[in-house]
Design a protein around this ligand. Structure first.
Ligand code: SF4
Ligand code: SF4
Length: 368
């Protein structure tokens, strides 16, 4: 299923837009037409997408994880129907098209079906980002609650387990619940796969396709540090191995719709398995491409607002908490500075945005 088919599926899930929150489609068009300023809401553009940190724990323990804070009092930081109600009542959320439950691992949250159903009752479409390990156990109740889209993050370590879980899930839900997948591709892994003519990656893609999944989105690897981004593992325009890998995929993989970099997609909806490659990264800090601080709003279960996932240090600052200090705090000083710089080539980027892949041509669209 290519990008366009996925959007059509979402539109169909909202009764062709009729069930969406009032004014949300108009707001989306306003955003797409570029009518944005350094503030969100207040008569300007509202974010069309909202991510919620549903839990801050996981059933895996990946060494590179940025999404899990290991804390003893994790129970107090789970998203509950009561907390979600407060978030959904915020004016800034009123024009959200898609709510995404993520984590940690959102399938660990026992209230997830109720949380999904609360969002659907208000007209929002709902997706999850999950590692998929618990999907076979929970998928039926989630689909009944109104889940529209699923994105599974695939890792080297989970491939074996997913090769058993995904066919089980798809045997019941094929055609009803699209399962899209993503894989963060570090440079060192691709260089090592080159020695085996990329066979391990070809097998991975074929496994996902044969399981009935809709797509695989390859993502460039980047590691945020306190002051900037570590790009050691990021595939750059100078890395010939990336072009070689894509060519091998195009020669060896059949019946696949290639999207993004070196696309052969015809901009028509296609139900074929889609494989998305981002453009390789090229450092260009004079570019002003990132629109995440307008397209996307993110809260943890306690109402703390995050401009994007690179701004993790903001989580614990009470001043950014919309429950305690009011929704105007999504326009706090730092957020405005980030947005201002992303709108004006003459203003230096905030440190977190320097070398960010999202601010380059590599960033084509964000799935779910
Ligand atoms: S599956 Fe995702 S959230 Fe869980 S530990 Fe790994 S990277 Fe972190
Ligand atoms: S450029 Fe990167 S760090 Fe800056 S707002 Fe966009 S995603 Fe966040």
């Amino acid at each position: 299923m290519n990008y366009l088919a996925r959007q059509l599926h979402l539109l169909k899930s909202s009764s062709w837009g009729l069930a969406l929150p009032k004014g949300s489609l108009l707001n989306y068009l306003k955003l797409k037409s570029g009518k944005i300023t350094d503030t969100l809401g207040n008569g300007g553009v509202y974010p069309p997408m909202m991510s919620l940190l549903t839990v801050q724990r996981c059933n895996l323990n990946c060494s590179f994880c940025m999404g899990v804070k290991k804390r003893a009092d994790w129970q107090e930081h789970e998203l509950t129907p009561k907390k979600l109600e407060r978030i959904l009542e915020l004016d800034i959320v009123s024009k959200v098209l898609v709510v995404i439950f993520e984590g940690g691992e959102p399938l660990l949250n026992k209230d997830l079906p109720e949380l999904i159903s609360m969002c659907r009752k208000r007209g929002h479409l709902v997706g999850i980002v999950s590692n998929g390990i618990l999907l076979a156990e929970r998928v039926d109740e989630l689909v009944s609650a109104g889940l529209c889209d699923t994105q599974i993050s695939v890792y080297e370590d989970t491939l074996g387990r997913l090769s058993k879980i995904l066919p089980k899930v798809m045997s019941k839900h094929l055609g009803k619940l699209p399962i899209n997948t993503s894989y963060v591709l570090p440079k060192s892994q691709l260089l090592s796969a080159q020695k085996g003519e990329f066979k391990n990656f070809l097998d991975l893609i074929n496994m996902l396709k044969d399981s009935g999944c809709s797509s695989l989105k390859i993502t460039l690897c980047e590691s945020p540090t306190i002051s900037a981004l570590d790009l050691t593992e990021t595939l750059m325009t100078t890395d010939a191995v990336y072009d070689e890998f894509i060519d091998v995929c195009r020669t060896n993989l059949k019946d696949i719709c290639f999207e993004g970099y070196k696309s052969n997609s015809s901009f028509m909806p296609s139900s074929k398995f889609s494989l998305y490659f981002p453009r390789p990264f090229e450092i260009n800090n004079s570019g002003r491409i990132c629109r995440l601080p307008w397209q996307h709003i993110e809260f943890d279960a306690d109402g703390n607002y995050l401009v994007c996932c690179h701004m993790d240090t903001e989580l614990d600052e009470r001043a950014k908490n919309v429950f305690e200090a009011g929704v105007d705090n999504i326009n706090h000083e730092k957020a405005q500075k980030i947005r201002k710089a992303l709108l004006d080539i003459n203003i230096p980027l905030e440190p977190e945005c320097v070398n960010c892949v999202q601010n380059s041509e590599s960033s084509f669209f964000r799935n779910v």
